[in-house]
Design a protein around this ligand. Structure first.
Ligand code: FES
Ligand code: FES
Length: 179
């Protein structure tokens, strides 16, 4: 290619887009009992913070629109959809993810019961369901069918048909009650 043509071609390239730097905001959170101090961009979602900054990938992203519940975590003891909350809104909060349900490196009782009852197939929804179960049993150790339905109403499972999930929650409730 002649030199002038090559030069013209180069000049047709789109200009490189340089995004302006976004100021980061310092936050502190306690996740699964462990304290963290971080500086995050205000646009970062809580689920991104957990998965990407803290490597807690047990919290899943399904819909990203507050529908499926795959991203459920506990924020100061209340279940929330972490795709709907900015990380900066969690400043100062206590967060529990599915990894926090373990006990001494072993599966915690809710995690074990879900396995024992075959309450999962692909497992994508499972962390969120286990946290919704944990929240339910934290304040109601004798949940009726209606309570269980209400507690997991925000968690969608596309595989199981819910029967075994329901059974797992009933078994977990009995084991919590029995100590
Ligand atoms: S990914 Fe958050 S509700 Fe679906
Ligand atoms: S086990 Fe597959 S979505 Fe629930």
């Amino acid at each position: 290619m002649p030199k002038t043509a090559a030069k013209a071609k180069r000049s047709l390239k789109p200009k490189e887009i340089v995004e302006p730097a976004i100021a980061r905001v310092p936050i502190t959170v306690r996740v699964n009992g462990r304290p963290y101090s971080l500086a995050v961009e205000p646009r970062i979602l809580l689920v991104e913070l957990l998965r990407e900054a803290l490597d807690l990938t047990g919290t899943h992203v399904g819909c990203d629109t507050t529908y499926c519940g795959a991203c459920t975590v506990l924020l100061n003891g209340a279940s929330v959809k972490s795709c709907t909350i900015f990380a900066v809104q969690a400043d100062g909060a206590e967060i529990t993810t599915v990894e926090g349900l373990e006990k001494d490196g072993q599966l915690g009782s809710i995690q074990k019961v879900f396995g024992d009852c075959y309450a999962l197939q692909c497992g994508y929804c499972t962390p969120g369901l286990m946290l919704s179960t944990y929240q339910l049993l934290s304040h109601n150790q004798q949940p009726g069918d209606k309570d269980i339905r209400k507690a997991i109403a925000g968690n969608t499972c596309r595989c199981t048909g819910y029967q075994n999930i329901f059974k797992a929650i009933q078994v977990a409730a009995r084991s919590v009650k029995g100590g």
